[in-house]
Write a protein that binds this ligand. Structure first.
Ligand code: SF4
Length: 750
């Protein structure tokens, strides 16, 4: 099939009825050239090839970059790397293309008195940033300043950014876009284990007897990991728990199409059944787990019959899953955003951790409660962005931690913040209320990706000064900025990423950034200089110097990686998973390591905790006025988040739909007289958008689905966050379809 052929089936919405994206993704992985991917220049005789970790998703694939005159001109997936073993998804194949986009920023842009963004020199840009931020700080204090970091830049840049923003500028608050994807897993692991520690290695996908995928459309969201599942030789049961009949659900052996946001009672019912039948690992629980009696009392209320009406799953089917878990020698639980982005997300994640703990399904091959991360360096952000923790899992509130950080970074102890500051949603709330007035946004497209767009736009509109640092001046957020700083992208700078299985890998500079664009490391260094804080960079001349500080910060913590010598060591070993202590045995190339094989958890007691709470109803259930539930999620393996980069690739655009669409069940389509391809209005209490209708059984009656890649999605969503992780609940709100004379596209929000 040619790229043109792909386009034609996408133009034919009926083909979606056959769930083509799943098989298509597998075809893309195996024969990329058929789809126009990986076309190397005909005259390419690479003078050299170097290996670098992909800069899109958390899978952390390695790509061989082929160089001519020192510049990458093509790429192929690395065959010997323990993650991807010679494969890349479409985004990886097209990783170089967005670097050549016409709208790359080449100079800083400053908004003038007429409201127009105009090119200025770096010295002018930095002078304005210093003067405006300082004026806000002097009038309103550091509480009025905040930064938003990202999971898309190397860890070294995150650490340099956090140190510069907090210690150099005096910003009281900082968070990152990982709040939108992984905060729930962080909160859940910290409370249950005592440290944010995803316990698995990717080999577990190949070594499991029963894989339970919850709110994870692995097939398209993490296609390389799905391929690892397909390599499993144990004939596993693959169970998908998801309201949607996703590509992964179609390919699975079992699909539990639970009612949206009924996951918590569903998993409590599974626990009820396991305990009622004495299908628990009593020895493991006695030796390694706290709170079993209380947990047993709690789930006693949740019999499969008691939750049947809520979940929509017949009691016999719930029992069948419990039995499957009992009979599996190696059972693993995998989750992504379907769990993390809910109003009680932390407790849902912990209900999966609870199931693994009571059945002793952890610390052995093919087991674990395993959160799969989203962004290429969300895991780096979790440890070193200085947002939810004081570097390497240390605590802002702990005097000893502050003292150690002060000694390692060479800054006075009194300058280390004693509190982590406001979370993302609280920063925007504070902006809306005029308490936060200056904001520095790095490599994230807040104005598109944050929940309930109109509210967020109001918050950004109230700021006195917005600085955006990005590759492109055309993102929704950069267009709103007072000052835009041009940044180098993936491939134009070096550093390290940490993937979902805790593997630290190298990303390398294989291109020059255009014009005056600079790496984020260099930009924050210049900013530190502008604020008179050069001393922060005394020990940091290169990203590898920052890596040396990261090692020191990790020393003695659960993620200790002091055994990694440096970049060359990472490169030679094909990435290295944390922990990797100095005393650990030598890490051989491609080694795979999992956590908790000794049953000892990071809590002071050495035990894991069972954590649970009564389920809460979703905040905005459907009603007579807004009778449908809106679900959001990934649309295809060719689109990434707000499409800032993937939309720059003609090939990736061909492999996905350019126009925003809504999936509607055949029953609802018939009720409203809607055909596939028709433009229809979808409305929530926050706004109305126009979308292409796609009639498909992927969604059940009473539900609609809009991919997150289109700005329209967050015009509809409702601003609700999980109380523990403060992660937004993107996956559930009430909407209605509007057609006929009362709908006019002219009045639509988008
Ligand atoms: Fe691998 Fe993710 Fe990059 Fe695709 S986007 S090549 S799955 S790391």
């Amino acid at each position: 099939m040619t790229a043109g052929g792909v386009r034609s089936w996408w133009k034919d919405p009926v083909s979606l009825l056959t769930q083509r994206e799943g098989p298509l993704t597998r075809e893309l992985l195996r024969e990329p050239a058929r789809f126009g991917l990986g076309q190397l220049p005909r005259d390419l005789l690479p003078e050299a090839t170097t290996r670098s970790v992909c800069g899109y998703c958390s899978t952390g694939c390695s790509l061989d970059l082929h160089l001519k005159e020192g510049r990458a001109v093509g790429l192929t997936p690395s065959t010997g790397y323990p993650v991807n073993r010679g494969m890349a998804c479409p985004k990886g194949w097209e990783a170089l293309t967005p670097l050549d986009a016409d709208d790359r920023l080449t100079t800083p842009l400053l908004r003038d008195a007429h409201g127009v963004q105009r090119p200025v020199s770096w010295s002018r840009a930095l002078e304005v940033m210093r003067d405006r931020m300082t004026a806000i700080r002097e009038e309103h204090g550091g509480d009025a300043l905040a930064f938003l970091s990202t999971g898309q830049i190397p860890t070294e840049e995150m650490l340099a950014l956090a140190v510069t923003a907090r210690l150099g500028i005096g910003m009281a608050h900082g968070d990152g876009n990982t709040r939108q994807c992984m905060a729930t897993a962080v909160s859940a692991y910290k409370e249950s284990f005592g440290f944010d520690a995803p316990p698995y290695t990717y080999a577990d996908l190949e070594e499991s007897d029963v894989l339970i995928l919850v709110g994870s459309n692995l097939c398209i969201a993490h296609p390389i990991l799905w391929d690892r599942v397909l390599r499993n030789r144990r004939s596993p049961r693959i169970v998908v728990v998801d309201p949607r009949r996703t590509e992964t659900a179609v390919a699975a052996t079992d699909h539990y199409a639970i009612a949206p946001r009924s996951d918590l009672p569903f998993f409590y019912a599974i626990a009820h059944e396991l305990i009622a039948n004495d299908w628990i690992d009593a020895d493991f629980v006695a030796a390694h787990v706290e709170g079993f009696d209380e947990f047993g009392e709690h789930v006693d209320l949740f019999s499969p019959e008691a939750v049947e009406a809520t979940t929509g799953i017949p009691a016999a089917e719930t029992r069948r899953l419990a039995q499957m878990i009992h009979e599996g020698e190696r059972v693993s639980f995998w989750w992504t955003m379907g769990v993390n982005q809910g109003h009680e997300a932390t407790r849902v994640a912990q209900s999966l951790i609870d199931l693994a703990l009571i059945t002793g399904q952890i610390g052995r091959p093919g087991t674990g409660p395993n959160s799969i991360t989203g962004q290429c360096n969300a895991m780096g952000s979790r440890l070193f962005s200085g947002t939810s923790s004081l570097f390497a899992g240390r605590r802002f509130e702990c005097e000893e931690d502050r003292r150690e950080v002060s000694a390692i970074l060479g800054v006075p102890e009194e300058r280390i913040p004693r509190a982590k500051g406001l979370a993302y949603d609280q920063i925007l709330d504070a902006a809306e209320e005029g308490r936060v007035r200056g904001l520095w946004v790095v490599a994230t497209n807040t104005a598109h990706s944050w929940i309930e767009r109109s509210r967020m736009e109001h918050a950004l509109g109230r700021l006195d000064f917005l600085v955006v640092q990005d590759l492109y001046g055309t993102t929704e957020t950069a267009r709103r900025a007072d000052l835009v700083l041009p940044a180098a992208g993936w491939g134009e700078k070096e550093g390290s990423f940490i993937n979902s299985e805790r593997r630290i890998g190298l990303t390398k500079k294989v291109r020059r950034a255009p014009g005056e664009a600079l790496s984020d490391f260099h930009i924050v260094r210049l900013v530190a200089h502008a604020f008179g804080a050069d001393a922060l960079f005394d020990a940091w001349k290169t990203p590898e110097d920052v890596f040396a500080s990261m090692k020191q910060l990790s020393a003695g913590t659960f993620c200790d990686f002091t055994g990694i010598e440096g970049y060359r060591h990472l490169d030679e070993r094909g990435g290295i998973q944390w922990p990797c202590r100095e005393a650990d045995e030598a890490v051989t190339e491609g080694s795979e390591r999992r956590l908790f094989e000794d049953g000892v958890f990071p809590h002071a007691s050495g035990r894991a905790r069972l954590v649970f709470d009564p389920p809460q109803a979703p905040p905005e259930p459907p009603d007579a006025e807004f009778p449908l539930i809106l679900l959001t999620g990934r649309g295809s393996s060719s689109q990434w988040h707000t499409q800032t980069r993937t939309a720059k690739s003609p090939v990736l655009r061909t492999l996905s739909r350019e126009v925003a669409y809504v999936e509607i069940s055949p029953a609802d389509a018939e009720r409203h007289g809607i055909r596939s391809g028709q433009r229809i209005a979808v409305e929530s209490r926050r706004g109305r958008v126009w979308l292409d209708a796609l009639v498909t059984p992927t969604v059940a009656a009473g539900q609609v689905f809009v991919p997150m890649h289109y700005a329209e999605a967050n015009a509809l969503t409702l601003h609700v966050v999980d109380p523990h992780s403060r992660q937004p609940a993107y996956k559930h709100c009430a909407v209605r379809l509007v057609s006929g004379p009362e709908a006019s596209e002219d009045e639509a929000w988008a």
